[in-house]
Design a protein around this ligand. Structure first.
Ligand code: NAI
Ligand code: OAA
Length: 264
């Protein structure tokens, strides 16, 4: 099988870690990374010369992986799909904006291509999406992170992240509301809901917890298939306490599977 070339969107904690992990990949090569205008020189200096930094998706791109943020879906992923570029996205919470899932599907159909919603920091998405086929009764998601994982988010208006000593619920809402209010913390909530009962029927609790050091995701699913409970205790990336390291590995798995003879 021939080598697969990849363009990334985003050169933050996920993008930089993925580029480092993919450096010696035998059959998949990250050739370009797209960053916001004005940041190309700084990013090129940070990652070295193995990958070309640019501010637009290069015309020769055939596979795009988004690891930037919600805005990148409309800025880059929609136009890429229209051009026939296959895309994989991590900023799943962007799909909480009314109409965006349909726009993505339409753009992919017009481009004759597909968009893949990656599992990111969570496991069990395959099981939830399978269980849905026989009917689900309830899906709940609880996201728990140390206080530093909530900095720069609306949690700062709900509690004092510097002084809390007890686990503190900062939001109880639907997955749609959670993803909208916490674009850097509730992508998993959106993913779980899209695999299962949808953004409006999935209940979400977000908790700032000074007693933990990991990003803890708990899912409870009940339906005709039976019941499922998952707890993930994800170590955060050193460069971004909001983001679990597994998120990078989920993109790495997707890229490995592109050229593998047996995929898993
Ligand atoms: N599905 C999942 O489980 C998870 C998804 N994510 C998503 O991945 C995103 C990136 O995460 P990190 O790398 O940890 O964040 P980060 O904040 O370290 O890096 C994001 C980078 O993307 C850049 N960026 C933002 N919007 C852009 C745009 N429209 N075009 C080009 N560059 C843009 C930023 O300037 C920044 O350099 C998060 O914002 C979130 O949407 C993050 C964690 C888990
Ligand atoms: O990486 C994580 O632990 C989850 C996360 O930030 C999100 O769901 O947006």
């Amino acid at each position: 099988m021939s080598a697969q070339q990849v363009t990334l969107i985003g050169c933050g904690a996920i993008g930089r870690t993925l580029i480092a992990r993919m450096a010696d990949h035998p059959t998949v090569r990250i050739t370009h990374v797209v960053v916001s205008e004005g940041h190309t020189a700084e990013c090129q200096a940070a990652i070295g010369n193995g990958v070309t930094v640019c501010s637009e998706v290069p015309p020769e791109t055939t596979l795009l992986v988004e690891c930037a943020g919600h805005g990148a879906i409309t800025d880059h992923v929609l136009p890429a799909l229209e051009r026939g570029i296959e895309c994989a996205v991590l900023s799943i919470g962007a799909l909480s904006e009314n109409g965006l899932p349909e726009q993505l599907a339409d753009a992919a159909q017009r481009g004759g291509t597909r968009v893949h919603l990656l599992a990111g920091a969570i496991g069990g998405i395959d099981a939830i999406a399978s269980a849905r086929l026989a009917g689900l009764d309830s899906v709940t998601y609880t996201g728990r992170k140390p206080p530093q994982g909530w900095r720069g988010s609306p949690a700062e208006q709900v509690t004092n992240l510097d002084t809390i000593t007890e686990p503190t619920v900062i939001l109880e809402a639907t997955a749609r509301e959670a993803a909208h209010l916490y674009p850097k913390n509730a992508n998993v909530a959106a993913t779980v809901s899209l695999a299962g009962l949808g953004l409006d029927a999935t209940r979400v609790r977000l908790i700032a917890d000074p007693t933990v050091t990991e990003n803890i995701h708990e899912i409870d699913v009940r339906g005709a298939f039976g019941e499922m409970r998952i707890t993930m205790r994800g170590k955060p990336l050193p460069d971004n306490p909001k983001t679990s390291a597994l998120t990078v590995l989920s993109a790495l798995r997707f890229l490995n599977n592109r050229t593998a003879s047996v995929t898993i």
